[in-house]
Design a protein around this ligand. Structure first.
Ligand SMILES: [Zn+2]
Length: 107
């Protein structure tokens, strides 16, 4: 199975963890785990790998190579409950809500 369709695509979807947490805070999506109430979410990824989900066509048949979209997955630090968010949507949110830079020092 192919890991990534296009050259350069993985880096497009690589968001610094601090930006991911900034996006969820900005959305108000930083609530405790709905299953166990634990407050800490961890980012799910391997060393160079990030999760994606495979999209099935309307007839439930897999295309070849399968279509997939990158997702950002967080898991509860206690009960391991998984939550998933389309990474592209996070990138769009970050583009629309750029990090506020501190004003340049006055001379
Ligand atoms: Zn939990």
């Amino acid at each position: 199975m192919t890991r990534s369709a296009e050259k350069g695509e993985p880096s497009e979807y690589r968001i610094p963890p601090e930006d991911i947490h900034r996006a969820f805070e900005g959305m108000g999506a930083n609530k405790p785990c709905p299953i166990c109430g634990h407050e800490h979410w961890k980012l799910l990824h391997g060393e160079d790998d990030y999760p994606s989900i495979v999209l099935l066509g309307g007839d439930q048949m897999l295309s070849s190579p399968p279509l997939h979209i990158a997702i950002t997955m967080l898991f509860c630090g206690n009960c391991l409950f998984l939550r998933s968010h389309p990474t592209k949507g996070l990138i769009q949110w970050l583009e629309q809500n750029p990090k506020e830079e501190p004003p340049p020092p006055e001379e």
